[in-house]
Design a binder for this molecule. Structure first.
Ligand code: FAD
Ligand code: NAD
Length: 404
């Protein structure tokens, strides 16, 4: 009998966890498993704020896909997904095509700019590892430029971060630690540098525990971060940004604007014709795309309501990894001819938000944490993610052990 072909798109958290569990559940005679990713490495998206700020080298945050999978059971294809033809059960890659019987889409997120003028052209975003490397290089470059121009331009030393959600806050936390090093390196007085975090909502980290938010803002302000709360970015230009608060528009001149104010799913979702909202597909409880019995969607390309609170699950690595496990189980059941699929139910353990490598806030199993205990927990979470993907060996190679 012909072996069913399983194709997994994306070697991020969702795709890797699906593949790792598929290779455990299925034998080589049960199915032909192919994993496709645009790079031959996986990177830890949850560490990209550090790569962007230059507090973590990009090589620390990435590792070969082949070190995570059993190449005896999984065929890895390094290529870029261009489109999916669900009618013909084919995936169109930049360099070839693949046929599937079961497809898993785990292509991750892209920056959501909400149509705000100039953002796509002039702002950076922490969208992937190479975008993060570009931000780091750009910041180094503008600091290096500052003392080498006849007339000093303060905007070279003004970094604007759009959004005080978890990404924005984690990024400014890293920047606040990195800036003193940069100042020393490039002979720049620290007081010349401005890190401005602009948030449209009436508070930073909207929806998070107010006591922890206050702690985070106070700590970051102490390290020199300026917050503009209740202030929306309206436009980005070559010179900087326009923000609006109480109907007053202000221009902030800046050579570095990093947009960290929202995400959407991969554009491939829309291109392939899946019913979607901002490139996220409302999947069934078993993670199937609507109208499909052979296409599963995991991670940031999926959208699901948490039945416990009737609110959408946030697009997080925590959810993506757990979805990967359920998705693999469901594909294994279909291949074994079982009719009943497993329902996805996230086991949300909490959220920890770093404020640099030495400080953090979080709520874990309902308990509030801040300072060194939260920072310790953040590293435990980071190491656990490595363990789930690649076992103890990967933790030893890439783990974070600078606990204090
Ligand atoms: P990803 O992990 O982003 O992986 C997508 C993969 O698909 C990548 O390998 C990419 O290269 C590949 N790919 C994309 N397009 C193509 C294509 N066309 N062809 C081939 N391959 C392609 N969540 C948490 O739970 N905890 C955290 O602490 C946390 N911190 C975060 C910090 C930052 C700075 C950011 C930006 C996000 C953070 N998140 C965190 C959210 C989390 O990173 C995402 O929810 C998670 O990465 C989604 O997983 P995924 O598998 O859907 O996509
Ligand atoms: P987000 O959508 O959670 O936050 C974006 C922020 O930008 C919001 O506070 C929003 O009010 C603000 N904003 C939107 N438009 C604006 C404008 N025009 N001007 C100024 N501010 C504006 O996005 P995110 O922070 O990138 O997070 C994406 C996902 O990744 C979330 O699910 C988050 O939980 C997850 N994440 C988790 C962690 C963690 O657990 N440590 C870290 C980073 C990201």
């Amino acid at each position: 009998m012909k072996k069913p072909k399983i194709v997994v798109l994306g070697a991020g958290y969702g795709g890797i966890m699906t593949t790792v569990h598929l290779q455990k559940k299925l034998g080589t005679n049960d199915a032909e498993i192919t994993l496709v990713n645009k790079n031959d490495y996986h990177y830890e998206t949850t560490w990209l704020h550090e790569v962007s700020a230059g507090t973590l080298h990009h090589d620390r945050s990435r590792f070969p896909v082949k070190s995570l999978i059993n190449t005896g059971k999984v065929n890895f294809v390094k290529d870029t997904v261009m489109d999916i033809n669900t009618a013909e059960k084919r995936v169109i890659l930049e360099n070839s095509e693949l046929e599937y019987d079961y497809l898993v889409v785990g292509l991750g997120y892209e920056s959501e700019t909400f149509g705000i003028k100039g953002l796509k052209e002039y702002a950076f975003s922490i969208a992937n590892i190479n975008a993060a490397r570009q931000i780091r290089e750009h910041i180094d470059y503008v600091f290096a430029t500052y003392n080498n121009e006849p007339v000093k331009r303060d905007e070279l030393l003004t970094i604007v971060v759009g959004g005080a959600g978890f990404t924005g806050i984690e990024f400014v936390g890293e920047l606040a630690n990195r800036v003193p090093q940069l100042c020393k390196e490039f002979d720049i007085p620290r007081e010349k540098v401005r890190i401005i975090c602009v948030e449209a909502a009436p508070t930073a980290l909207p929806g998070f525990d107010p006591e922890l938010v206050e702690y985070a803002v106070t700590q970051l302000e102490r390290k020199g971060v300026e917050f503009k709360i209740g202030t929306a970015i309206k436009e980005c230009t070559e010179e900087g940004i326009l923000v609006e608060k109480d109907d007053q528009v202000e221009e902030i001149k800046s050579a570095t604007v990093v947009w960290a104010a929202g995400v959407r799913g991969s554009h491939i979702i829309e291109k392939a014709g899946f019913e979607n909202n901002r490139c996220r597909v409302k999947v069934s409880n078993s993670l199937l795309a609507p109208g499909h019995e052979d296409v599963f969607i995991v991670g940031d390309c999926s959208f699901m309501i948490n039945p416990e609170n009737d609110r959408p699950y946030p697009p997080t690595a925590q959810v993506a990894m757990q979805q990967g496990e359920t998705c693999a189980e469901n594909i294994a059941r279909l291949i074994r001819g079982e009719k009943e699929l497993k329902e996805f139910k996230a086991d949300l353990k909490g959220t920890v938000c770093s404020l640099g490598h030495d400080d953090a806030i979080g709520v874990v199993y309902g308990r509030k944490l801040f300072g060194s205990s939260a920072s310790f927990m953040k590293k435990v979470v980071d190491n656990r993610s490595l363990f789930l993907q690649g076992g103890a060996g990967l933790v030893l190679k890439k783990g974070k052990f600078n606990f204090f």
